[in-house]
Design a protein around this ligand. Structure first.
Ligand SMILES: C[C@H](O)[C@H](O)[C@H]1CNC2=NC(N)=NC(=O)C2=N1
Length: 98
């Protein structure tokens, strides 16, 4: 179910560096890693979690930076699935930052 703006703000406050830009129902985080293989390893971990929860981020890898975008495409909205997956990703990131 679509979250209200207030629920989204509450969710973002509990997350690490995730932002919503403009009116789009998308939250973003860019993670900087030591190098390219660390970026790939993080994305591999994220892929495992995404499959577990059947919710999949848009991912852009640029050398040592991973840009992640979360939205619930089926609803055209942000939902608990986005906040929940963002929290899972936040737990994975420190394991790859060297
Ligand atoms: C059938 C399957 O549950 C859907 O296609 C899921 C898969 N992963 C998804 N991921 C995201 N981010 N949004 C969706 O709406 C979505 N739908």
């Amino acid at each position: 179910m679509a979250l209200s703006d207030a629920q989204i703000e509450e969710g973002l406050a509990r997350l690490q560096d995730w932002r919503r830009e403009g009116a789009e129902p998308v939250i973003h985080r860019t993670v900087r890693l030591p190098g390219f293989t660390d970026a790939i390893a993080l994305v591999d971990d994220i892929a495992q979690v995404a499959e577990q929860v059947d919710h999949h981020p848009d991912i852009d890898i640029r050398y040592n930076k991973v840009h992640l975008a979360l939205s619930t495409h089926s609803e055209g909205a942000l939902t608990d699935k986005d906040i929940g997956l963002a929290a899972r990703i936040d737990e994975l990131v420190p394991h790859h930052q060297g």
